[in-house]
Design a protein around this ligand. Structure first.
Ligand SMILES: [Zn+2]
Ligand SMILES: [Zn+2]
Length: 305
């Protein structure tokens, strides 16, 4: 089990970072925020057994600090990706705490199957246009469908928008690009950046043609907006350790963006289809990552116009 980290929040609030094994080889964070009598859980893990186990072990370890399923006042889902909302079913059986999610990702948790089918259709079209052959599209779609089959619909009790002050505490910053309904949450001098700003990796981006409010242009605009937030001392991401230097990390992300832009531009001069361009940019990727790369390069080609 990954170790829990305790952090100090504003006005004596306590924050606990609970890392969970969400997939093989990938950890994601849930955060418990204890602010006076108020308790919130930010993100839920993937809902896979190891992820639920780690979340439960985290709550068990915090019992001595007065944290329990029953005392939760709020669950916030930072965005509609399975490694952040997949634990909702597990949680719903244990707490009635109302769920908050941005309006653009509401359907992901309320009607997951309809949403998943709709996104699947767009992806299939995108893969065909990118130049994958039918057998490869079949394999790609099988990969897309596997991790989603368990999730039931959960109603969103609070639907978030940019500028909201949720529960009188969390300043909601809409940060689309990685995901349509991606939000960052500012609590005093802390910023919960979810997958918008990660310490180790550049967030995955797909072309907006496959899903509105995703893609490179939205992502970059949202980076600017987060950079302009006043008074952020510590940034708490959806994966990995806290980020002490937010401005520095944003600068690195911009550099990495420009490098990618150059590589895609160079590859585009030599190749025709998106599949060929992606192979030039990412020559050694295994199947699932190759599909993510295809989306990423597609997002860049769209951005370049
Ligand atoms: Zn994500
Ligand atoms: Zn994630």
């Amino acid at each position: 089990m990954p170790a829990i980290e305790r952090l100090d929040g504003p006005r004596g609030a306590r924050i606990y970072r609970l890392p969970m094994r969400v997939y093989t080889g990938l950890e994601a964070n849930a955060y418990v925020v204890v602010d006076g009598a108020y308790q919130a859980l930010i993100d839920t893990g993937s809902g896979l057994p190891e992820s639920d186990e780690d979340l439960a072990a985290g709550f068990e370890a915090l019992r001595g600090d007065g944290v329990s399923w029953e005392s939760l006042d709020r669950i916030i889902v930072t965005h509609g990706h399975i490694d952040h909302y997949g634990g909702l079913d597990y949680l719903r059986a244990r707490t009635q705490a109302p769920v908050a999610i941005h309006a653009y990702d509401r359907r992901v948790i309320e009607q997951p199957h309809e949403h998943h089918t709709a996104v699947g259709r767009e992806l299939e079209r995108f893969f065909a246009e990118a130049g994958l052959d039918p057998a490869q599209i079949g394999e790609a779609m099988a990969l897309y469908h596997t991790p989603h089959q368990r999730v039931l619909g959960i109603p969103a009790e609070a639907v978030l928008a940019d500028g909201d002050l949720l529960d009188g505490r969390f300043q909601v910053v809409h940060a689309p690009g990685h995901c349509a309904g991606q939000v960052c949450l500012q609590l005093g001098d802390l910023l919960f950046s979810a997958d918008h700003i990660l310490p180790e990796t550049f967030p995955h981006l797909a072309p907006e043609s496959t899903a509105p409010w995703t893609g490179v242009a939205h992502y970059l605009a949202a980076l600017d907006r987060v950079e302009a937030l006043p008074g952020v001392r510590l940034t708490l991401p959806g994966h990995g350790a806290p980020i002490a230097d937010l401005a520095g990390r944003i600068a690195q992300l911009r550099t990495s963006h420009l490098r990618k832009l150059e590589r895609v531009q160079a590859a585009r001069a030599e190749a025709r289809t998106l599949v060929e361009i992606t192979r030039l940019v990412y020559p050694r990727l295994r199947p699932y990552h190759a599909l993510l790369a295809l989306e990423k390069v597609g997002a860049y080609i769209e951005y370049l116009g």
